[in-house]
Design a protein around this ligand. Structure first.
Ligand code: GLU
Length: 417
């Protein structure tokens, strides 16, 4: 099992322990919240194009349904493990509670390398995976969505498989669907856009203006590139971006639109004209106002936290900072906006999509962006208030707020039987 995944679950449990102490959480609620409600491990035999049959392993975890149906993405990545899925589903529980969505938290994943699979192989694997997790998912039970290396295409396959097996169309079973089968306007840009809204609030808090700051972004996928485009539009100087192949840097600023065009042609941002090539590790240590880790987890660690040279760290990826690094960052006076707040825009517009699917009533893009902005601003304000009142770092403050809401829901419902 990749070491980082064990660490991720450990990190999440240590954070929960801290929060339990701050909240003086009842012992039995703490015990409950240390474990997921339910997990399913499935085997996914899939016919490959070369005539062989490969058996993949998949997971779906419902961490908590205290506040509503489980909600969270499905990830395709070679490093996916049960521990990682559990840790990510715990984060989803806090994330939904923090921004006040009527959802619990869930997550799923398949250990596979989508970069080495054809579209047909991915389709067959996704359909079989859906059939295997069918007992868990459903619009009132558990609603999957995109995550790392999954998107609207995979959501369409899941929606269709589920619908075929039920015998009628069930668009509310997933979010992040393509627009023509009940997807929502603005869902594809929601994570990046939401992150930008939270960044604006953070900058306002420090009396800084988005048009007067520099920013480095690790990860140029859906979230990172949308945030980059949006920030560029308001005058932020994007000095570096990266993908899995490496990073590009120009202290005078980069144009995300050009980088995207280049990446579309070549598969990477590395080599784009007018930029210096640096490594992903070097990007994290660049001098800038805002550092945005928007790739994978555990990239800011004990080893490099002392060298982070930014005023604000905006965690667009899930779990990019280890517990040890968190402490160093806080002690150094760097303002860290944690993942469950910074990237909550995705699941927020997923909520809007789910509501639209259930009510068969479509919202305009303006309605969606305006509501998203309000929810992100409120999330930031609520967290900052707790941070100030209780003298906590933003990570602990957001989790204190979220865990308290989940704990209250458990108490309000009472225990069955
Ligand atoms: N995978 C995204 C996240 O980690 C979105 C989840 C969703 O929309 O349900 O927040």
């Amino acid at each position: 099992m990749p070491e980082k995944n064990i660490r991720m679950l450990d990190n999440a449990l240590i954070q929960l322990q801290n929060v339990a102490e701050v909240l003086e959480l009842d012992q039995w609620i703490h015990e409950m919240l240390k474990k997921p409600e339910r997990v399913l491990i499935v085997s996914i035999p899939t016919h490959m194009d070369n005539g062989t049959t490969k058996v993949f392993t998949g997971y779906r975890c419902q961490y908590s349904t205290a506040r509503g149906p489980a909600k969270g993405g499905i990830r395709y990545h070679p490093d996916v493990t049960l521990d990682e899925v559990i840790a990510l589903s715990m984060l989803m529980t806090w994330k939904c509670a923090l921004v006040g969505l009527p959802f619990g938290g869930g997550k799923g994943g398949v250990a596979c390398n989508p970069k080495e699979m054809s579209e047909n192989e991915l389709r067959r694997m996704t359909r079989r995976f859906t059939a295997m997790i069918l007992p868990l998912i459903g619009p009132d039970k558990d609603i999957p969505a995109p995550d790392v290396y999954t998107g609207p295409r995979e959501m369409a396959w899941i929606m269709d498989t589920y619908s075929m097996l039920k015998g009628y169309s069930v668009p509310g079973v997933v979010t992040g669907k393509p627009l023509n089968i009940g997807g929502s306007l603005g869902r594809n840009i929601a994570t990046g856009r939401g992150a930008a809204f939270v960044l604006f609030e953070s900058l306002k808090h420090f009396g800084m203006s988005p048009s007067n700051v520099t920013c480095a972004i690790q990860g140029f996928g859906n979230a990172g590139s949308v945030a980059a485009k949006f920030l560029y539009k308001v005058g932020t100087k994007i000095i570096a971006v990266s993908d899995s192949k490496g990073a590009v840097y120009n202290k005078e600023g980069l144009n995300p639109k050009k980088l995207l065009e280049y990446k579309e042609k070549t598969g990477t941002v590395v080599g784009c004209e007018g930029c210096e090539t640096i490594s992903n590790a070097e990007l994290l240590e660049l001098e800038c106002d805002v550092l945005i880790p928007a790739a994978l987890e555990n990239v800011i660690t004990e080893e490099n936290a002392a060298n982070i040279n930014a005023k604000i760290v905006l965690e667009v990826a899930n779990g990019p900072t280890t517990v040890e690094a968190d402490k160093i960052i806080y002690e150094r006076g760097i303002f860290l906006v944690p993942d469950i707040l910074a990237n909550a825009g995705g699941v927020t517009v997923s909520y809007f999509e789910w509501v639209q699917s259930l009510t068969t009533w479509l919202w305009t893009k303006d309605e969606i962006i305006t509501r998203l902005e309000k929810i992100m601003q409120r999330g930031f304000r609520d967290a900052l208030t707790v941070a100030k009142e209780k003298e906590l770092d933003m990570r602990t403050a957001t989790q204190v707020l979220a865990v308290e809401r989940v704990s209250d829901a458990i108490k309000t419902r009472g225990l069955f039987p």
